[in-house]
Design a binder for this molecule. Structure first.
Ligand code: PA5
Length: 352
């Protein structure tokens, strides 16, 4: 039983799979990814739209790429989390499969379909069948380091995915952005790692506030990658159900659900460190209504990261720490995901 979140020995007993170690390395992986060399495959002239396809933790990397680079790309970009592809996907689509294991059934099926439709294909993975197909067919491929669980490889996957997009000329040099964000994350890690005591560690304090509660995460629309990732990390690391919604949209519907005070749920407001005046007004109005309806407690996340990618990955790292501290408070090893493993097995068997 853990005495407190400052009980490092107790934590290491619960954290048998060393998820804390993986989260500590998250910023370093991003810095390393800045050293990927772009491949020589420029063909941006032919790209009319981009599809980033993946599932689970790998799809979270695709979401971050979308939120980060969307404004810098001239063509429409979408994230697909399904083996079925939308009708528009065709020969002028840059289709990038993102799969940490390279073995995910839905991703392999979608990748094969994209090849049938003569898309411009590329992939990022640590190996697996995806890598085999790419090397046999000479398809551009970037390999990330293996040996992690997919969700712990997010920063590597974002880095490799961005460099792949740069290789196709659909976005200008991404490596400065990766490096800047990496250094910001190193600073944030210094404030949140387990050695920093509860009295000064906001991730530990927030985990305590979330104990026994359902986290309801709110982000601005342009940070939807952060909200979804946080929900998934609470599920996979802390083994608790969480939900998320986006602003300003939630002010037009979900806000009605906060009538009275429910002690079992807690709103988590994740701010952008460079919120526009308009965006701050959205948060203020939303919070004011929550208060009026009776919900006076909010947990607010601000990291101060200022680069375009740091503004996304700063809160991601912050909430990753919260999710593992919450797991430790619950006495749960964050690493094993037996439900996911079983789902993947049953799905793959049924498809044969
Ligand atoms: O976090 C996980 O383990 C899952 O969400 C996986 O990412 C998901 O099953 C897809 O696997 P992969 O990322 O290897 O394609």
């Amino acid at each position: 039983m853990l005495r407190s979140l400052d009980d490092l020995e107790g934590i290491s007993k619960i954290d048998a799979g060393n998820m804390l170690g993986a989260i500590n390395r998250f910023p370093d992986f991003l810095v390393d990814a800045a050293h990927f060399s772009p491949l020589d495959v420029r063909s941006s002239l032919f790209v009319h739209n981009i599809v980033l396809m993946g599932m689970g933790g790998s799809a979270s990397a695709a979401d971050v790429l979308l939120d980060w680079l969307q404004d810098r790309i001239r063509v429409p970009v979408s994230v697909v989390r399904d083996s079925e592809l939308p009708r528009f996907v065709g020969p002028k689509t840059l289709f990038m499969a993102v799969s940490y294991s390279g073995e995910t059934a839905e991703t392999l099926a979608a990748f094969n379909e994209a090849r049938k439709r003569r898309c411009i294909t590329a992939a990022v993975a640590s190996g697996g069948r995806l890598q085999t197909i790419c090397s046999r067919r000479n398809i551009p491929f970037l390999q990330v380091a293996s040996g992690l669980v997919p969700r712990a490889a997010l920063s590597q996957m974002v880095g490799a995915g961005a460099v792949m997009m740069q290789s196709f000329g659909v976005v200008e040099d991404v490596r400065v952005g990766l490096l800047e964000a990496g250094h910001e994350l190193i600073r944030i890690r210094g404030q949140l790692r387990a050695e920093v005591p509860l009295s000064r560690n906001r991730a530990k304090q927030n985990a305590l506030r979330l104990r026994g509660k359902l986290p309801v995460i709110y982000c601005l629309q342009h940070m939807s990658s952060v909200a979804r990732r946080a929900k998934n990390q609470f599920a996979e690391n802390s083994k608790v159900v969480a939900k998320y919604d986006l602003l300003p949209e939630a002010g037009h519907n979900e806000v009605e659900a906060w009538q009275g005070r429910n002690p079992h749920i807690l709103p988590v407001l994740v701010h952008d460190s460079k919120e526009s005046r308009e965006e701050s007004t959205v948060f203020r109005a939303f919070k004011a209504v929550l208060r009026k309806l009776g919900e006076v407690r909010t947990l607010e996340v601000r990291t101060g990261a200022s680069s375009a990618l740091g503004r996304l990955l700063g809160p991601v790292l912050f909430l990753d720490y919260v999710s593992v501290y919450l797991a430790f408070l619950r006495g749960v090893d964050p690493t094993p995901t037996t439900g996911i493993r079983e789902y993947r097995r049953l799905y793959a068997t049924a498809r044969r």
